[in-house]
Design a protein. Structure first.
Length: 184
């Protein structure tokens, strides 16, 4: 059975070689030569699958392994349903605004739901799982020592009714966030 975990260990390398005819080093060299570092993971996987006639699961595993090995930012999130993007400029430092998303005491003072942190790139972005299969990505942009812009993308929203609810939800939540951090 296919293992979705990314493991560049010897046993993973042997399994990859058996399944695809190439080991991790060979795949990394092939993908570098193809300038894959400029592609999104889903594009890398699609090219691998088409050119090398591999099962989709192996193409995705190779694309994931390549991205991890090369330290590439995760540029791809498979989206289903609708998404919502909100931007807000806040009169507070980027660090303070970021802390308001990750410190439980601060988060609970402005956000009324549970967030599960999936990935953090300090000073740049955060990724959270939210509710049932929804995903939130928050990007931070410094606009000065005491001002930053927050770009929030809420994806995998299942229907139009939920999308409308999330619009109101984020308008109120981000207003509460701004009120909290602008007082500090």
């Amino acid at each position: 059975m296919f293992d979705n975990s990314i493991d560049l260990s010897q046993s993973s390398n042997e399994s990859l070689k058996i399944a695809t005819g190439k080991d991790w080093l060979e795949w990394i060299l092939i993908l570098d030569a193809a300038l894959a570092f400029d592609l999104k993971k889903d594009q890398i996987a699609a090219r691998i699958q088409a050119k090398y006639k591999l099962e989709h699961a192996w193409a995705v595993k190779i694309a994931d392994g390549y991205s991890e090995a090369m330290g590439l930012e995760d540029k791809t999130i498979k989206l289903t349903g609708s998404e919502l993007t909100v931007t807000l400029t806040i009169n507070a430092s980027l660090q303070l605004v970021e802390q308001a998303f990750i410190e439980p005491a601060l988060l609970s003072s402005w956000f009324r739901e549970n967030l599960s942190l999936v990935k953090r790139n300090p000073g740049k972005n955060l990724r959270f799982d939210f509710r049932a299969n929804e995903l939130i990505t928050v990007n931070f942009f410094a606009k000065g020592p005491a001002k930053c812009q927050v770009g929030l993308n809420h994806s995998r929203i299942t229907d139009e009714e939920a999308l409308e609810e999330r619009k109101t939800f984020w308008k109120e939540s981000l207003s509460d966030l701004a009120s909290l951090v602008e007082k500090s």
